[in-house]
Design a protein around this ligand. Structure first.
Ligand SMILES: Nc1ncnc2c1ncn2[C@@H]1O[C@H](COP(=O)(O)OP(=O)(O)OP(=O)(O)O)[C@@H](O)[C@H]1O
Ligand SMILES: O=P(O)(O)O[C@@H]1[C@H](O)[C@H](O)[C@@H](OP(=O)(O)O)[C@H](OP(=O)(O)O)[C@H]1O
Length: 305
């Protein structure tokens, strides 16, 4: 049965009778094709990308698998509508923590309409896009079984300053509650989530190496989605932290030119993540110890607050 995704953190939502993506139990994510040029453009991208032999295999894994399109009843009750059928990136996850980061200091591009450019410019200036080369579009961070998730309102997220961004990226990998404004994030999980040979930083660097080379596409207004499961890390299992790219409604042909806008934003984001790894206990009053992980597990089991 189709349902509204629990773990969606940004973008158009199917809640409240609006048009948005749906998921089912088979691990598929159904994104409705929008009426304007965005739907056909995203479909054209997935079709081109999934059959493009110039894309190395290790790069394909950063994108959701594309299964074609399917006519489905739209979530807004408007009847049958074509949907992109994509891999649901979180279907095999229990309580994933997720952040959607829109990459690029500019989300508009020369081929777009004047009105669209104007709207984008306004948002790029009002958020951290222009300042940092990226902005957080949405997030959902798991605290524990009692507190559940922290999912700040869209308005709050849109108002993030560079300092807020830094703080959220620290909260993402911390054992203390993301909603507790009195405790400083301890970044206990940074080494296993951001660090390591398969961690977020290593994946971002792999992507960066491709972007330093590739001139096939320009990824305007795309997002990096990063996700992991806190409970797995706390129980000493692999964090299986993942970096994925999503939202390709504004991808254009690269025509032999490096995608400087995406590359620049990605480098800036990489710097933010690296800084947390090199100074995880900055501002923190409590150092991480094996005990803090144990404390988290007992909190999980409901024995300690
Ligand atoms: N393949 C996927 N699997 C699981 N979740 C996804 C997938 N694609 C997107 N999402 C979720 O849906 C959100 C919105 O996705 P996306 O940016 O593609 O939609 P959109 O409506 O085009 O967004 P926008 O309004 O920002 O253009 C993401 O932040 C993410 O939480
Ligand atoms: O950043 P916000 O405030 O969440 O706003 C949305 C975001 O900028 C999307 O990228 C945009 O879709 P496109 O990038 O595809 O244009 C969407 O446009 P829409 O409202 O016109 O659908 C906005 O509502």
């Amino acid at each position: 049965m189709l349902k509204v995704p629990d773990h969606q953190v940004a973008g158009h939502s199917a809640r409240h009778g609006k048009l948005g993506p749906l998921v089912d139990d088979s691990g598929r994510f159904y994104k409705p094709l929008q009426d304007d040029e965005r739907g056909p453009k995203e479909l054209a991208f997935y079709t081109s990308f999934s059959s493009n032999t110039r894309i190395p295999d290790h790069i394909h894994r950063f994108f959701p698998v594309f299964y074609g399109t399917q006519l489905l009843e739209a979530s807004n009750g408007s009847g049958l509508r074509p949907h992109l059928v994509l891999q649901d990136l979180v279907s095999n996850r229990l309580n994933p923590s997720i952040i959607d980061i829109k990459i690029g200091s500019r989300t508009w591009y020369p081929q777009a309409s004047e009105d669209y450019v104007h709207r984008c410019l306004k948002k790029d200036k009002a958020t951290t896009s222009l300042l940092l080369g990226f902005r957080i579009s949405g997030l959902r961070i798991y605290g524990n079984s009692k507190s559940g998730f922290w999912k700040p309102e869209k308005k709050h997220v849109q108002g993030f300053t560079p300092e807020d961004v830094r703080l959220v990226l620290r909260k993402f990998v911390s054992s203390n509650s993301p909603t507790d404004s009195n405790s400083v994030p301890d970044c206990c999980f940074a080494p296993s989530v951001y660090g390591g040979s398969a961690g977020i930083l290593a994946q971002l660097l792999e992507l960066k190496a491709w972007f330093e080379d590739q001139t096939i596409y320009h990824f305007n207004s795309c997002s990096v989605l990063m996700l992991y499961e806190k409970e797995s890390v706390m129980k000493g299992r692999s964090s299986s932290a993942e970096v994925k790219l999503i939202d390709f409604a504004h991808v254009v042909e690269g025509r032999g030119v490096i995608d400087h806008n995406f590359l620049g934003g990605l480098c800036s984001f990489i710097k933010f993540v690296s800084e947390i790894l090199t100074s995880p206990d900055e501002h923190s009053t409590e150092a991480c110890s094996p005990d803090s992980e144990k404390k988290c597990i007992s909190t999980e089991n409901g024995t300690t607050e």
